[in-house]
Design a binder for this molecule. Structure first.
Ligand SMILES: [Zn+2]
Length: 103
């Protein structure tokens, strides 16, 4: 079979290694979130606003999250990391070990 995947997309994208992102469970635990509840969506206190009761819903399989109170949401741990620490996509990917070292 002939290889035709000559990627000429932005080099930015090819440096991002999604499969090196930490598992959602490990990541969120490291961020100090405490989960309650069963099922697909767990609940935790939202770090994006002054949360008095667990308003944040998190999926531990995908890392997706959504806050029922302040509206913060994202699709994975990378989106969470960017918002929580106000990082760019690249900075967040680097911190999470999902960015291939540039040379
Ligand atoms: Zn919130």
């Amino acid at each position: 079979m002939k290889r035709t995947n000559q990627l000429r997309r932005g080099s930015c994208i090819s440096l991002f290694k999604r499969n090196r992102l930490p598992s959602p469970f490990q990541y969120y635990k490291g961020q100090g979130l405490k989960f309650i509840g069963g099922g697909e969506w767990k609940s935790a206190c939202c770090p994006f606003h002054d949360d008095k009761r667990p308003s944040l819903r998190v999926r531990l399989d995908t890392g997706g999250f959504r806050c029922m109170a302040c509206g913060a949401y994202g699709g994975d741990v990378l989106a969470f990391h960017m918002q929580r620490h106000r990082l760019s996509f690249i900075e967040a990917a680097k911190q999470l070990g999902a960015w291939e070292a540039e040379r």
